[in-house]
Design a protein around this ligand. Structure first.
Ligand SMILES: Cc1cc2nc3c(=O)[nH]c(=O)nc-3n(C[C@H](O)[C@H](O)[C@H](O)COP(=O)(O)O)c2cc1C
Length: 151
């Protein structure tokens, strides 16, 4: 059975809602076990059990949220030491931009080096039903790809 790790950071709750929606979508794939963790609680033990990684965070001050950056800083060398390569997807909640967070995350993750399993998804403004739907679809597509061995 494949395993998808969804880890998120959220200050005001937007990314948390999107992460939960992605989790619901991924649950539709019975052959994939899905774990969701606040990024403060996530670490190497979670990555070592995962076959895919979905990162959900906000853009803060033109960059990836500090807590998500901290997660990547904490796990960078341990992943390299273990030759751990995981396909990843990125879901960014933003006020009106989000591109800075995506650029930064892509740059960092290319160093692991983790391959992208999907185009980054930026959702701007208040969380809407359409945002939740897109997040569910991303989670479902990622899980389905893992189950089929595409990634
Ligand atoms: C300190 C801070 C900085 C922010 N900087 C940006 C930014 O540079 N670009 C942007 O589009 N939104 C920015 N925002 C808005 C957040 O990205 C947006 O409200 C997001 O939905 C928050 O998600 P969260 O509740 O999961 O933390 C910022 C918000 C805060 C609190």
């Amino acid at each position: 059975m494949k395993s998808l790790l969804i880890t998120y950071h959220s200050q005001s709750g937007a990314s948390a809602q999107l992460a939960r929606a992605a989790w619901r979508g991924a649950q539709a794939e019975p052959e994939v076990g899905v774990t969701i963790r606040r990024v403060w609680d996530a670490g190497m033990a979670d990555l070592l059990q995962a076959d895919g990684l979905l990162l959900v965070a906000a853009e803060n001050s033109g960059a990836l949220s500090g807590a998500m950056k901290d997660f990547l800083d904490r796990t960078f060398y341990p992943c390299i030491d273990r030759d751990l390569i995981l396909p990843y997807a990125l879901l960014v909640s933003a006020g009106n931009d989000g591109r800075g967070a995506v650029r930064q995350a892509q740059r960092i993750l290319s160093g692991y080096p983790f391959p992208a399993a999907a185009e980054p998804l930026i959702l701007r403004g208040e969380v809407t039903t359409a945002h939740l739907q897109s997040s569910e679809e991303l989670g479902q597509a990622f899980a389905a790809g893992l189950a089929m061995g595409i990634f």
